[in-house]
Each structure stands twice: as structure tokens, then as C-alpha cells.
Ligand binder design. Structure first.
Ligand SMILES: Nc1ncnc2c1ncn2[C@@H]1O[C@H](COP(=O)(O)OP(=O)(O)OP(=O)(O)O)[C@@H](O)[C@H]1O
Ligand SMILES: [Mg+2]
Length: 510
């Protein structure tokens, strides 16, 4: 039996902070909660990323809820990736329960109930604020990575973006991109090859197939206008509480490609638009990804590289990323090694493989005189976890088996009428949810092709009339196909077309 007082001093000293901190709960020794030995996460290190892991039903999602609520209370906005749809209850206060009061008595501070400002977001056709991005914003590199294209295919994508740029054709949705791809292999083939070199139809065919695959996963809903301004994730309500933005992804489980596409584009956008934070005493935004194995599952190597890179960089923008998943091995090593906060809920040892995984997990935690880590991991109860954080100096805090506090908001979903009310009150829904399908590459190219064909028909008719009138002349004119192309190119390059598009593009680029 270790000395309780020494342990208490060790924990309170190790988790002492100068600045603001989030109280997670109280440390436990030999299975008992040591009242007031508080385990506190400094706000300053919340941009250093983290992991919440543990077997099913051990309390991972509730830990996410606790962190999100407390960040919000301190004015830090949060984005939650809600895979199971079990987080909307944050918008309503929780309910009192004798068990919860007991838990908090052991920890050392009273339980209170509270609701938090919530915005519901979606990337599919579920209800909520529609988050979208245009293909142009995505850019050729990201698009190629996401489609897992070869170098040759990526080259073609870059050329097509360049062509659209040169010709002021806005690429808004996947329909636009498919159109330009088709145009490059049909009507515009010759002209494009003259200017940009040969494109094999095998390559353009493969690109098209991959786009169709992305569309089938719902990508057509995600690409387009009005594109989401990431600053809208940073809202604070009139009481100074950070908004908890809940992205409902319940219908995305079986569409990992769409999800990783979305995640990567969102992170890239945040990275590109947020200012450098320097040595800040609080994060700007904290993102929690529940069921995080979904973004890593089926992700290509190129995509993984990109994610790893962004995880490393985004910290400097004051953005913390928290992965919630059953097994730490679900997260790539390169990402794991960058995580400051680790909350390990119980793991269950059913098989030899389980026991091995537990040993491995235990080895990734700091050594402790007070715990046999692998034994603690298997004996933790629900709503208890091993915690290792970073102190304000960036040094790992003492390992602490922690009795976690309970969420202040509801540990269940909103009722239908509550959800309806929340959606009706949303300002962002009004801002983002009207569908815009303004003239873009798809319509413009179609128009051009049509005009060219009409001109071609007229010219042909004229030629035939001429030929008939000069029946004596036997010399035939040039083939019509090359005439089509040259007419088309003329139309495409005509100053009127370019000028009319310039206006739209100007607005888009802002
Ligand atoms: N901190 C806590 N305080 C009080 N009760 C808790 C706490 N954490 C978990 N619980 C209880 O445990 C239940 C399961 O928790 P939770 O949904 O967070 O598990 P999970 O690990 O996310 O499970 P899954 O892997 O199935 O998603 C909760 O509904 C709640 O009753
Ligand atoms: Mg869960």
C-alpha cells in the first residue's frame, strides 16, 4: 500500500498549473479515489493533440463530452465529429442522479448541470448547416491525393485546373470537373493537346472512374457552393461560451473515402486560413474525432502522409486534434507520437492478442511508482481512465488513474422537437443552406459546345448553298471536323466569353 498523502502531494504538484485548466476528475490509488487529488489539463497545452482510447462502453465518448463542455465554458470553440449521433444532448442540461453525486463527492467538487451553445453541421443531406467546398478551392494536388491518382493522372488533373484557370471556367462541383474531363477527351481534345500536350484516354478514363466512386460515396453533396467559411467554427455566444459545433456523420460510416476527403480538406483549409498563434495560453479551436479509425481505414499512403503532415503543422495555428478510438493501434504511429494528452479507458483481455495489445499500450505510458500500468488498464471501471497529459512546460504529467467527472449536459440525444427548435434558431443554416448552382464550367462548356455546333451547322449549310450555286466548281472544302474545332476554339477564346466569366470569377476569388 502506497502512502496516500505522498501520492496526493505527487499528483497535486504534478498537475499544478499557473494558467487556466480543465478539471477532469481525481486520481485513484489502489482502486480508490483520492478526493481533491485533481487531474487537470492545462488549457495552454490543449493544442498539443490527444487520444482517447478504450474498449466499447468504457466511457470514451463521455470523456470527449467532458472535454468539449469545459472548453466551451472557458470560451474555446469546439468541433465534434459525431459518428454515432450520440452527442446532440450537449445542447440540453444533464439530469441529477444519486450515482453522479456520489462520483463527484469522491472527486471533490459538486456536480452541476448545464447546457451549451450547439450548432449542428452536416456534409450530407441530413439536417444541419451544410459544409461544402468548391473543387477549385480543393485544388489539383489535394484532389489527386484524395483520388489516389498516379503521377501521370495527377499531371492531367493539374493541366485541367490550369486550363480552367486560363479560360476562366469556375470549377465548383464534381459535375464541372467531369465535364472538363470529358471535354478534354472529346470536343476540346485537339486544342488542348496542342497547348498542353497529349493526354491518354486510358488516364482520363481512370480519373473519371475515381471521381464517380467519390460521387457514389456522396462527394457530389460535399463539393459545391456555398463554400463553408472556417471562421464560422470559431463563434462564441453572448455569454462568452465557445460554440460546440457537432458534425453529424451517422450516415458516413460506410463511406470512409468521403470522410477522409472531408477531414483532410477541412484541416488544409484551417491550416491555410488561420493565423500563426505563437505561444498562446489557450487553443483557438479543438477538434474531436470520435470513431477515428474511420479516417485512417482505407486511406491511401499518400493521404496518410498528408494527414500526418497536417497534424504536425496545425498545432501552430492553435488547433488541437483529439482522436477517439477503441484501440490506440487504430492510429498510425507517426500521429500517435505527436499526441500530448492520452486518456486510456479500460481494455479487456479476452485473448492472447488482447493481452499483447494491452502490454504494448502500457509501454506507451510514462513509468509510475504507483501503478502496474497493464494491470490498471484491465481493472478500470466505466468513466475511469489512465491519464497522461503535458504540463505548461510541455513535460509529461504524472500518470494518473482517474475517476472522471460526469458531463454537465445530457448524456443522451436531443428529442426530435428539441432538435427542430435548435435547427430553426440557427443563423448559419440561413447562411449556408440555400442551394446555389450558378453558371460554372459545366454550363459554360455545354454552351460553348452548343454554340460551336450551331455555327458549324450554319457554316456547313452555307457551304452547301455555295457549292450548289457554284455547281461547276468541283473542289471540295476542308473536312468539317477540323472546322468544328477551330470554331470552338474561337468561341472559347472570344473576349466576350472570357469577360462574362471574369465577373463571376472575380466574385469567387473575392
Ligand atoms: N464520466 C462519466 N460519468 C458518468 N457516467 C459515465 C461516464 N463515462 C461513461 N459513463 C457511462 O457509461 C456509458 C457508456 O459511455 P460511452 O458512451 O462514453 O462509452 P464509449 O466508450 O464511447 O462506448 P462505444 O465504444 O460503444 O462508443 C454512458 O452512457 C454512461 O452511462
Ligand atoms: Mg463512443
Amino acid at each position: 500500500m502506497a502512502d496516500k498523502q505522498t501520492f496526493f502531494d505527487y499528483i497535486t504538484e504534478g498537475y499544478n498549473t499557473k494558467g487556466e485548466a480543465i478539471d477532469l476528475g481525481a486520481a485513484m490509488l489502489d482502486g480508490e479515489t483520492v478526493t481533491n487529488a485533481l487531474v487537470r489539463i492545462p488549457l495552454k497545452t490543449m493544442n498539443r493533440h490527444g487520444l482517447i482510447a478504450g474498449a466499447t462502453g468504457t466511457g470514451k465518448t463521455k470523456t470527449l463530452q467532458i472535454l468539449a463542455e469545459n472548453l466551451s465554458e472557458k470560451g474555446v470553440p469546439v468541433l465534434l465529429m459525431d459518428m454515432k449521433g450520440d452527442l446532440s444532448g450537449i445542447a440540453q442540461p444533464g439530469s441529477e442522479h444519486a450515482k453522479i453525486d456520489e462520483r463527484h463527492e469522491m472527486i471533490g467538487f459538486p456536480f452541476k448541470t448545464q447546457k451549451f451553445p450547439v450548432e449542428i453541421l452536416t456534409i450530407s443531406d441530413q439536417e444541419g448547416v451544410r459544409m461544402r467546398a468548391t473543387v477549385s478551392e480543393f485544388g489539383p494536388i489535394l484532389l489527386s491525393r484524395i483520388l489516389d491518382l498516379s503521377d501521370t493522372q495527377s499531371g492531367i488533373v493539374s493541366v485541367l485546373f490550369k486550363y480552367c484557370d486560363d479560360n476562366k471556367l469556375p470549377l465548383l462541383d464534381l459535375k464541372d470537373f467531369k465535364k472538363i474531363l470529358q471535354y478534354a477527351t472529346e470536343e476540346g481534345k485537339e486544342a488542348m493537346q496542342r497547348e498542353y500536350g497529349r493526354m491518354s484516354s486510358a488516364s482520363t478514363g481512370s480519373i473519371l472512374r475515381k471521381i464517380v466512386e467519390l460521387e457514389q460515396q456522396g462527394g457530389d453533396l460535399f463539393f459545391g457552393e456555398k463554400s463553408f467559411d472556417t471562421d464560422d467554427l470559431l463563434r462564441v455566444d453572448e455569454n462568452g461560451m465557445g460554440y460546440i459545433n457537432i458534425l453529424r456523420l451517422t450516415d458516413i460510416q460506410d463511406r470512409p473515402k468521403l470522410f477522409s476527403t472531408f477531414m483532410l480538406s477541412l484541416l488544409a483549409e484551417i491550416y491555410a486560413t488561420f493565423p500563426e498563434q505563437g505561444d498562446s495560453d489557450r487553443p483557438e479551436l479543438v477538434i474531436f474525432i470520435d470513431e477515428a479509425h474511420l479516417i485512417f481505414k482505407q486511406a491511401s499512403d499518400a493521404l496518410l502522409d498528408q494527414i500526418e503532415g497536417i497534424v504536425k503543422l496545425i498545432r501552430s495555428k492553435g488547433v488541437g486534434l483529439y482522436f477517439v478510438t477503441q484501440n490506440p493501434t487504430d492510429v498510425p504511429d507517426a500521429v500517435l507520437s505527436q499526441l500530448g494528452l492520452k486518456v486510456q479507458h479500460a481494455l479487456r483481455a479476452f485473448t492472447a492478442k488482447d493481452r499483447k495489445a494491452i502490454k504494448l499500450t502500457a509501454e506507451n505510458y510514462p513509468l509510475s511508482d504507483y501503478y502496474k500500468t497493464d494491470e490498471v488498464i484491465t481493472s478500470l471501471g466505466i468513466g475511469e481512465a489512465l491519464v497522461s497529459a503535458l504540463n505548461e512546460k510541455g513535460i509529461p504529467t504524472p500518470l494518473a488513474a482517474t475517476m472522471l467527472r460526469a458531463p454537465m449536459s445530457r448524456m443522451d440525444v436531443l428529442e426530435d422537437n428539441e432538435l427542430k427548435e435548435l435547427l430553426e434558431a440557427s443563423k448559419l443554416i440561413k447562411k449556408y443552406n440555400e442551394t446555389i448552382d450558378r453558371e460554372s464550367a459545366y454550363e459554360m462548356l455545354n454552351k460553348k459546345i452548343e454554340t460551336a455546333e450551331q455555327k458549324d451547322v450554319k457554316e456547313k449549310a452555307k457551304k452547301e448553298r455555295d457549292a450548289a450555286s457554284k455547281s461547276s466548281s468541283s473542289k471540295s472544302k476542308k473536312s468539317s471536323s477540323s472546322a468544328t474545332t477551330s470554331t470552338l476554339m474561337k468561341t472559347l477564346m472570344s473576349p466576350t466569353v472570357i469577360r462574362s466569366v471574369l465577373g463571376i470569377l472575380g466574385k469567387m476569388i473575392k
